[in-house]
Design a protein around this ligand. Structure first.
Ligand code: BGC
Length: 478
């Protein structure tokens, strides 16, 4: 054991990061850009009480205007990849009217990533919708797949050959569950049936966009890698509970496997579909984007209708993040090896991160999870990269700015950026491509990377990573 946390990966796990492995961070337009008008922004304006700290993404961290400096800071950490999302509402503010200035903006984001030596990983849909589409039924509008494909084709044409890695849709399972079953996100539906219809709609949108991206690429003699960013949250039954053991497989299948197995078989699998063949679905994943944060221990709960009769039953012995999510790097290793063994697709970790107010947990969280990822590689998984969520503290959906996942702090009053200790730890890993055997404890001397400059952090001291247990956080957004 690494000595970090219960269930951590073995100390002997490989610490060297392979040549060509992508290391970077991930973000999403609504959470960082500011100056947006979409279904979330409308909700934030109309129902500010829904956001825990009463804030909104109106200005976010003003990444729209500061993206060049921000990307320079991230490149300064030594990253060789950067994931971001294009905002559909910005690019197509009215149906069929594409905004050339917005497209030029994203083309420059891509060009800036390239100039700074970072492989762009581009997401087309990360939770938000243009209001014109939301008003005509959103995802459930029959035209949604065609409209999404048209938008995807325009983005592919405009960004040219500079983008190889695409993510069509971020976390379709989370969006369907939280927006259509739990009713917490727009359009606030509370119906497991609507959630299944939303998953089917997102699947059709993914297929349509994949075809559009590939058509454009083929015409231009360019090769692309297309996937969704799949959120994997294993539901581990409460030990000793037969009821939990019986109840857990259905939510696991619907949440963690339905979408992927439908892609693998080319069929809209039950209970969402009737097993009918969907043209273009088989082979629609060139790789598998994986977002992993936590594994959930669950008990049987007959009243938990919207979560298919399981409820979280946290294990008090497992450390937790500020969001209340269990921290278990070995669960990450298992997720990667399980996904590899079942789907045999190249894997890219499109998100992995921790909410941590004072940056106490993050250095160890990153090193432990990277070590777990390398252990999965040693066990045979074809893992191509790891993108930490996220570069800058930003608008964390219903939690507003209260929940901090970033390597770099952002002062809410001045928007000044300040790298945290974890940024220096990550920079050292990016530079050396070796994961330290253990992580410096809080208080050890670490020089944060200078804004804009190549980082040369000194990471001194040794000690055991510290995971203060028992912190509670917001209700689970995912
Ligand atoms: C989402 C991000 C979010 C992160 C932390 C992921 O599920 O893709 O947008 O900020 O989780 O909650």
């Amino acid at each position: 054991m690494s000595g970090s946390v219960a269930g951590a990966v073995p100390a002997g796990a490989s610490r060297r990061i392979p040549e060509g492995f992508l290391l970077g961070t991930a973000s999403a337009a609504h959470q960082v850009e500011g100056g947006l008008w979409n279904d979330w922004m409308r909700m934030e304006r109309q129902d500010p009480w829904r956001i825990k700290d009463g804030s909104s993404a109106a200005a976010a961290i003003d990444h729209l205007h500061r993206y060049r400096e921000d990307l320079e800071m991230l490149a300064g950490l030594g990253q060789n990849a950067q994931r971001f999302s294009i905002e559909w509402a910005r690019v197509e503010p009215e149906p069929g009217r594409f905004d050339a200035a917005a497209l030029r903006h994203y083309a420059d984001v891509v060009a800036t990533c390239r100039r700074l030596g970072m492989e762009p990983v581009v997401t087309l849909h990360h939770f938000t919708l243009p209001v014109w589409l939301a008003d005509r039924g959103g995802l459930l509008d029959r035209a949604a797949p065609g409209l999404f494909a048209r938008y995807a084709a325009v983005c592919a044409e405009f960004l040219g050959d500079a983008v190889r890695w695409w993510v069509t849709i971020n976390e379709p399972n989370v969006l369907a569950a939280v927006a259509y079953s739990a009713g917490q996100w727009p359009p606030h539906r509370r119906s497991p049936v609507a959630a299944m219809r939303a998953q089917a709609a997102l699947l059709r949108m993914h297929v349509a966009a994949t075809r559009a991206l590939r058509d454009v690429a083929t015409r231009r003699g360019h090769r692309v890698m297309v996937s969704i960013a799949h959120h994997e949250r294993p539901f581990r039954p409460l030990p000793g509970s037969a009821a939990a053991r019986l109840a857990a497989p259905l939510p696991h299948y619907l949440f963690n496997r339905w979408f992927l197995r439908s892609c693998a078989t080319g069929r809209l699998l039950p209970p969402v579909g009737g097993g009918q063949h969907l043209p273009g679905l088989a082979g629609s994943l060139d790789y598998l984007g994986v977002n992993f944060y936590t594994e959930e221990r669950v008990r049987f709960d007959p009243r938990a209708y919207t979560t298919l009769f399981v409820s979280p039953q946290p294990d008090p012995s497992v450390p937790r993040s500020a969001a209340g999510w269990a921290i278990d790097p070995d669960a990450f290793r298992r997720v990667l090896t399980d996904l590899w063994r079942e789907f045999h697709l190249p894997l890219l970790v499109t998100e992995n991160g921790v909410a941590d107010e004072d940056d106490e947990l993050r250095p160890a969280y990153i090193t432990d999870h990277l070590r777990a990822a390398m252990e999965a590689v040693r066990e045979g998984a074809d893992l191509r990269g790891y993108l930490y969520w996220t570069g800058f503290d930003n608008f964390e959906w219903l939690d507003g700015y209260a929940m901090r996942f970033g390597l770099i702090a952002v002062d809410r009053a001045t928007l000044e950026r300040r790298p945290k200790r974890s940024a220096a730890v990550y920079a050292e890993i990016c530079r050396s491509r070796v994961i330290p055997p253990c992580t410096p404890p809080p208080g050890a001397e670490v020089s944060p990377p200078a804004p804009g400059g190549r980082a040369r952090p000194r990471v001194r001291g040794s000690g055991r990573p510290r995971y203060p247990a028992g912190r509670t956080g917001s209700p689970d957004p995912g």
